[in-house]
Write a protein that binds this ligand. Sequence first.
Ligand code: FAD
Ligand code: MLT
Ligand code: ZN
Length: 478
Amino acid sequence: MSQSVPEMASELITTLAAIVGASHVLSGDDLASYEQDWRGRAKGKALCVVRPGTTAEVARVVQACAAARVSLVPQGGNTGLVAGSVPDASGAQVVLSLRRMAALRAIDPQNMTITVEAGFILQSLQEAADEAGFLFPLSLGAEGSCTIGGNLATNAGGTQVVRYGNARELCLGLEVVTAQGEVWDGLSGLRKDNTGYDLRDLYVGSEGTLGVITAATLRLYPKPAAQLTAWVATPSLEHACELLGLAHQHLAAGLTGFEVMNQFALSLVDKHYPHLRVPMWQQTPWCVLIEISDAESEAHARGLFEQMLEAALEQGLIADAIIAENIRQAHDLWHIRESITLAQVEEGFNVKHDISIPISLIPAFVREADAALAAAFDGIRFVNFGHLGDGNLHYNIQSPAGVDAKAFVAQYEDQVSAIVYDTVSKFRGSISAEHGIGELKLHKLPQHKSATALALMHTIKNALDPLNTLNPGRVLQA
Ligand code: FAD
Ligand code: MLT
Ligand code: ZN
């Protein structure tokens, strides 16, 4: 006689408890923090949450779920912005939380690498690198709670990409549990390895749909002797782009951050967090945050920075500038930048876009998209900020003042995004520069990725996860 669904579910939960220990299988009503995404855009229902403590346990969990034909949703810090890390509403998916796998396995100072497990929190990784005398440069607003496994699974970007690259560029090796529950030990600290297809690069950015990342070997960098931050006012986005060119020329590899913020984005920070004292925002349409890292000394960094800013002033690229006097001031300026996302949450539901465009075309893109949106939606507000140094804008839309934000997003999100993404495609950009596809952008991908590319992606997914048990319905339609 065949088993009923509840019988199979309860048998699977018993099996999982035998693998990881009963206290590490959570079920019932207390799963809210695992079932709800960070933005409050997706709320699912899990069969259970399983929290393995070792790679061998992850492998056995994956095998048990595959045998029961139950799908798994890998989850790290659950800070993702595209609703890819929470279960669907079926109550039939298992959330595989990697948070218990948080060991630091090794530091190799000569090879300048660090090997950690997937649940290692990004900020703890930065601190571990720092204690060992190195820099781990990946840096983003959620670093206090996101995990390195999640960072690699999303190929996260952040504020240092202009110098050090995305998570992919920082990764030298991976350990992965495949969809069949086998362990691929690719934890090499090699900087060169051309022995066939690059499996590491395939798993990085796959958003939990091809395998479960259990550990990674990452690049470390020498700590700079000095870091300086400047906050500048610039009259337009065109000027900001020219300033970026000037900064590259003057600072070369010393340029480690170049972030742009429009006036409305900063006005939201001022409105919701007045104690942060946002500089200059009322007097200029755009502010830019620039960071320089210097291998020599603070005096050398300051000299270079002042020369660059003087040249920018002479050329009319900036109207005003302050250089942070000390680390505390620099931290405060970065804190303002990182608070834009939270200020937007305070303001209410919004339509987020995480787009990239060739830097030279960004001003034209923004002009065109702004005009098309303003014509279609009277009074909408543009929260435009992001990683200009990488050609990556968070081109977000807030409802018109006084309008119910949630109702506006529910009714118009699709139309707003269609205008933005059509303009992105016209400029040969990407509809997801760093946050991934998850579930939120799933239905938009087919219109903005070529049929050939999508067919290849489906071929890879079918080959690596033929039972479709790993995060189904994310990145690609199930
Ligand atoms: P989760 O949210 O748990 O998961 C994200 C995806 O990865 C899901 O699809 C999940 O299934 C998969 N996954 C997680 N762990 C694993 C694993 N071990 N193996 C396989 N798949 C896995 N992102 C940026 O790129 N740049 C930013 O500047 C940035 N700033 C942010 C600021 C704030 C305030 C917030 C809330 C988010 C920000 N993000 C940013 C988004 C988010 O922090 C990143 O996507 C981060 O990399 C997600 O890590 P996580 O551990 O929280 O992953
Ligand atoms: C950022 O750069 O602050 C993040 O990607 C978060 C966001 O887009 O809101
Ligand atoms: Zn970002």
